[in-house]
Design a protein around this ligand. Structure first.
Ligand SMILES: [Zn+2]
Length: 258
C-alpha cells in the first residue's frame, strides 16, 4: 500500500471510529473554490491599507477606502462555489457524524454546500447591517449601492453606518460564537482542521482546546502550524481530494462483507 493510501485509510478509520466530529476551517478550504487567501502575496491586503474598526466609525474617508476594497472583494466571494471539501463536511453532518463547522471564513460556502450548524468566528460577508438600528441587507444590495456611486452607504431608516457583518481589525470577535466554538471543541472526540495555519488567536486555540479535552486531531493544511505535533494525522494534500477519498474509503469499508 502506498503511503498516500495508508494515510487515507487512517483518516477513514479515525472518522469511522469518531462519534462526535467537529470541523475547524480557515482560508485554505476555500482556495480550491478559487478564493485566494487575503493575506497571500498579491492578495487584497497587499493592495489596500487595512482600515480598522475605530477608523471606520470615525472617518468618512476611511469608510470610502474600506468600501472600495469591499467592492472588489464582494463579487469574487459571491461567484465562488463550494468545493468537495465543503461538500464532504455537509455530508458528514447529514449522516449524523459531524456536530458543527467552526470557521474563520466569511464566504458563506459551508452553508451553500448544505452545512447547517456553522459557527462563523469572523462573521459573514453575505450580509451587511446598520451599526445603529441593526437593519440587515443581503450584501448584493450593498454592492449595487457601491456600484451606483454611493461610496459610504448609510441606513435608509436611521442614517446609521452600514458595515458587512464581518469582524474587522480592532473589533472583538462575537463572544457567543467563540464560546460555542470552545464548547464544541471540548465535547468532540475528533477535530478535523482544514485550511488554517492556526496563527490568528484566539480562534487558533480551538483545536488546542479539543486536544486538551481528549479529542484526536486531523490537520489538513498546505503549510505547517504551531500545533502539528499534537495531531494524529497531518496531511499536506488538497483538502477536497483528500476528504473525498477518505470518506469513500470509509463507505467501502462499511459496505464490505464481513
Ligand atoms: Zn439603521
Amino acid at each position: 500500500m502506498s503511503s498516500v493510501a495508508a494515510i487515507i485509510e487512517q483518516a477513514a478509520r479515525l472518522i469511522g471510529e469518531a462519534r462526535e466530529i467537529v470541523a475547524f476551517t480557515g482560508a485554505g478550504i476555500s482556495t480550491e473554490s478559487g478564493l485566494t487567501d487575503f493575506r497571500s502575496p498579491g492578495g487584497l491586503w497587499d493592495r489596500y491599507r487595512i482600515v480598522t474598526y475605530p477608523e471606520f466609525l470615525q472617518s468618512h474617508e476611511a469608510r470610502i477606502e474600506y468600501w472600495s476594497m469591499r467592492r472588489e472583494l464582494i463579487p469574487s466571494l459571491l461567484e465562488a462555489a463550494p468545493n468537495p471539501a465543503h461538500q464532504v463536511l455537509a455530508e458528514l453532518e447529514r449522516c449524523g457524524k459531524l456536530q458543527a463547522v467552526i470557521t474563520q471564513n466569511i464566504d458563506g460556502l459551508h452553508q451553500e454546500a448544505g452545512s447547517r450548524k456553522v459557527i462563523e468566528l469572523h462573521g459573514t460577508n453575505r450580509s451587511a447591517a446598520c451599526l445603529s438600528c441593526g437593519k440587515s441587507w443581503p450584501i448584493e444590495e450593498i454592492q449595487w449601492l457601491l456600484e451606483g456611486g454611493n461610496l459610504d452607504p448609510h441606513c435608509d431608516v436611521c442614517d446609521g453606518l452600514i458595515k458587512p457583518e464581518t469582524v474587522s481589525f480592532g473589533q472583538s470577535m462575537p463572544a457567543d460564537a467563540l464560546e460555542t466554538a470552545f464548547q464544541l471543541a471540548e465535547s468532540c472526540d475528533l477535530l478535523l482542521m482544514i485550511g488554517s495555519s492556526l496563527e490568528v488567536q484566539p480562534a487558533a486555540s480551538v483545536p488546542l482546546a479539543a486536544c486538551q479535552a481528549g479529542a484526536k486531531l486531523i490537520f489538513i493544511n498546505r503549510t505547517e502550524t504551531p500545533y502539528d505535533e499534537l495531531a494524529e494525522l497531518v496531511v499536506r494534500d488538497s483538502a477536497g481530494d483528500f476528504m473525498a477519498a477518505a470518506v469513500s474509503s470509509l463507505l467501502q469499508t462499511r459496505s464490505a462483507p464481513s
